[in-house]
Design a protein around this ligand. Structure first.
Ligand code: NDP
Length: 297
């Protein structure tokens, strides 16, 4: 099997380089790749790369993920998050390849407190959410052999992340203020990549009827405030010396931290469809976060 990966150096792309490798020949690109075009703002270039490689599976982990910047940089966000997935879908369809793509809880309006199902009405609140939804729709309309995996609150031990920021702030300050009215499940890029590989293996060994949109996130839910408390509790268990403690993490509403892009309050994703159809188990979010913290200590 031949797999063509776009966005190899992002949080998820990096982990996919590991998890997809045993499935077959992996050609991994980023926007600076030289022999083949991996720049999603070059629609003809990425289509040409697909035609040249003729992969069995394309995995697109590249995206315009600067949520606040997208509010003013709309054309660039639309090009990468909507037009490029559309071009990849057309190219995938023309060579008979599967297209695996990632989307987000930001396609929903964040109302209520019930975990979102795949077929719930969408209602993005931001440019990022709208462009990601547009990308999903272009894929669904163009390439029947697709998997669109909507996820939430992605972290990895590589690069910056929320937990590392909390740990740094907790060494500098006695007291932290963290939002407590947005709910979701922190999901490791490693879990996303591992589950993706299992799904790719399944669809390419005859699971043709399994395409479509799936929600993929770690099990359970939390708020950013409880997530921060968990991080500091784990640090205390690891005898890390911090000035702030879970008792001095102050809960504040979203309105305390105004941002250009509106974030959904309810980012909970119902993952039953994926778990049932692919026979996979999604571990509790605390398991992955504790593991990531052990890695960065
Ligand atoms: P990252 O921001 O870590 O990675 C995105 C990657 O896309 C980067 O390597 C970036 O490259 C690359 N990229 C951006 N523009 C282009 C371009 N024009 N051409 C080629 N590559 C480009 O994102 P994640 O790994 O966290 O996200 C993976 C997927 O998950 C995305 O589809 C995202 O929308 C989705 N998602 C992410 C969430 C999160 O919390 N992070 C939550 C929900 C969904 P460079 O470094 O060179 O800019």
């Amino acid at each position: 099997m031949k797999i063509l990966l776009f966005g190899k150096n992002g949080q998820v792309g990096w982990e996919l380089q590991r998890s997809l490798a045993p499935l077959g020949e992996l050609i991994a690109l980023d926007r600076r790749s030289i022999d083949l075009c991996g720049d999603l703002s070059n629609l003809e270039g990425i289509a040409a790369a697909v035609r040249q490689i003729r992969p069995d599976v394309i995995v697109n982990a590249a995206a315009y993920t600067a949520v606040d910047k997208a509010e003013s940089d709309t054309a660039a966000a639309r090009l990468v998050n909507a037009e490029a997935p559309g071009a990849l879908a057309a190219a995938a369809h023309s060579v008979g390849a599967w297209l695996v793509h990632y989307s987000t809880d930001y396609v929903f309006d964040g109302s209520g407190n019930r975990p979102w199902h795949e077929d719930d009405a969408t209602g993005p609140l931001s440019v990022y959410g709208r462009t990601k939804l547009d990308g999903e729709q272009r894929i669904a309309a163009t390439c029947p052999k697709h998997l669109v995996l909507r996820t939430s609150w992605v972290y990895s031990s590589r690069g910056g992340n929320f937990a590392k920021t909390m740990l740094r702030l907790a060494t500098e300050r006695d007291r932290l203020t963290v939002i407590d009215d947005q709910f979701g499940a922190p999901t490791g890029a490693d879990l996303l990549a591992d589950v993706t590989s299992h799904m790719v293996r399944s669809i390419t060994s005859g699971g043709d009827g399994s395409g479509g949109i799936y929600h993929l996130a770690a099990a359970g839910e939390t708020s950013w405030h409880s997530y921060a408390c968990f991080v500091l509790e784990q640090a205390a268990l690891a005898s890390k010396s911090l000035r702030a403690s879970p008792d001095t993490v102050v809960a504040v509403p979203t309105t305390a931290f105004p941002t250009p892009a509106v974030r959904p309050h309810n980012s909970r994703l119902n993952t039953a469809k994926l778990r049932n159809r692919f026979g996979l188990h999604l571990p509790a979010w605390q398991q992955g976060v504790a593991r990531m913290l052990a890695e960065i200590h």
